[in-house]
Design a protein around this ligand. Structure first.
Ligand code: C5P
Length: 426
């Protein structure tokens, strides 16, 4: 998404400017062409040399260079920019931008460019909360600027409150989203599920699986970066919530089913990459089950008496509903069931350990999917926890694509490419 994109990063004179060094480095590593511009006061915090080392390009800060070139510099930068991101944006620069001032390189480029503007305010909490700053930000938002809210936390002054610059990964997400807002999923609503479900045995124990959520999160971020409104229904995972994505955390398969059926009513596509538990304990114990305790979760007492052996701990499981399968069944019904506002492209995953192709083909048919993404989770370069995936894509028309091992981010791109062409046909 960032490859070859021309991004101007404007640095203001706040202590958080040191964090912008990492942002510039990450943008450059992602293949973006990054021009850094600085206010005079920003140079008091970080030397231009630091930024130019990261961006591999000159840094501009002086509107009044004696060579005279600077007279056109801000115009040239303004014209070439595909996005202007001001990180950190200080209260002073925000005020200048709101009122159309152009007294330094950053504000002059901001006034001259038609590129979308992203601001990441970072400052002392009282300056941020001040009605003047809030009114200026509201005005800038009204004019189309994207404001990445500062985080609440410990500020450089030692005080606690709003004003911290968000993590670089959040800023990268916001920039990718901004650049992709006119992408081929613009105006589309998509629902993605991710991670595994947890089925409680008692308040502290559960039945789970090895899904990391990486594939689903990559799918959600890719759709966001192509302009979609993304609802991500996520089981418990160790991944940060992606910027700009509506995340609905769930724990169990039943919660995931309800969240999915609710979210798809006005959606264009559903991609179910979650590893939904097929079984759950019939009943979760209300209290933690103690060692050697006679009662246990999910086991009807009478059945337990009959089945129990002296040292064993049988757990009585019941089937979870099949979310995709249930959807297919309901959509076939003329009355009742789930009413969708538009044709919903449905994509399922099949994580298999054996006979991958045969299992995948039958799942595509049984769940009435448009696409089924099959992977062999017994491979170390594929499936649970890995950063790469080796998948086959099964199409409803019988076509099968065999994709090479690639990063999950690229698998996500391939999947949305197929969904986009199906949406074009819908
Ligand atoms: O039948 P199986 O669990 O292998 O199918 C996997 C696909 O079905 C995945 O897309 C998964 O998210 C979805 N699924 C579901 N409801 C379940 C189990 C799996 O929708 N209870």
């Amino acid at each position: 998404m960032l490859l070859n994109k021309h991004i101007i990063v404007g640095i203001c004179g706040g202590i958080a400017s040191y964090k912008a060094v990492e942002l510039v480095s990450r943008l450059q590593q992602a293949g973006a062409v990054v021009d850094v511009i600085m206010t005079e006061h920003a140079e008091d915090f970080v030397r231009p040399l630091t930024f130019s080392t990261m961006s591999h390009r000159p840094v501009y800060s002086d509107l009044w260079e004696p060579s005279g070139q600077a007279a056109e510099r801000h115009i040239a930068l303004a014209e070439i920019a595909e996005a202007l991101v001001i990180v950190p944006a200080t209260a002073n620069t925000i005020a200048k931008l709101a009122h159309g001032m152009a007294d330094n390189m950053v504000t002059a480029v901001a006034l001259a460019t038609k590129a979308p503007l992203l601001l990441a305010p970072a400052m002392y909490k009282e300056m941020y909360m001040h009605p003047a700053t809030q009114a200026n930000l509201a005005l800038l938002r009204e004019r189309g600027a994207v404001v990445v809210e500062p985080e609440v936390g410990r500020l450089a002054s030692g005080a606690f409150g709003p004003g911290r610059l968000p993590e670089t990964s959040v800023l990268l997400g916001a920039i990718s989203m901004l650049l992709g807002r006119k992408g081929d999923l613009a105006g589309r609503k998509v629902v993605v599920t991710a991670g595994g479900t947890q089925e409680p045995i008692d308040p502290v124990r559960y039945i789970g699986n090895r899904s990391s959520g990486k594939m689903g999160y990559a799918l959600a971020m890719e759709a966001r970066d192509r302009g979609a409104h993304v609802t991500l229904i996520s089981g418990p995972v160790a991944l940060p919530a992606p910027y700009g994505v509506e995340v609905h955390p769930v724990m169990t398969a039943l919660q995931m089913r309800d969240a999915v059926y609710n979210a798809i009513r006005n959606a264009d596509a559903l991609v179910m990459s979650a590893a939904v538990a097929d079984f759950r304990p019939l009943e979760a114990a209300a209290h933690k089950i103690k060692k050697g305790q006679g009662e246990f979760a999910g086991m009807p007492r009478a059945a337990g008496q009959a089945e129990r052996d002296a040292d064993g701990f049988p757990l009585y499981l019941t089937h979870n509903p099949d979310i995709l399968g249930g959807l297919a069944a309901q959509l076939g019904q003329p009355e009742g069931g789930i009413q969708l506002q538009r044709r919903l492209i449905r994509v399922g995953f099949a994580a298999e350990t054996d006979d991958v192709l045969a299992h995948a083909q039958s799942k595509l048919v049984a769940k009435q999917l448009d696409l089924l993404i099959a992977n062999d989770v017994s491979r170390s370069d594929s499936g649970f926890g890995a950063d790469t995936n080796k998948v086959f894509i099964f199409h409803a028309n019988g076509a099968v694509e065999d994709l090479p091992v690639m990063p999950k981010t690229e698998v996500a791109t391939a999947i949305w490419d197929r969904v986009v062409s199906l949406l074009g046909m819908a």
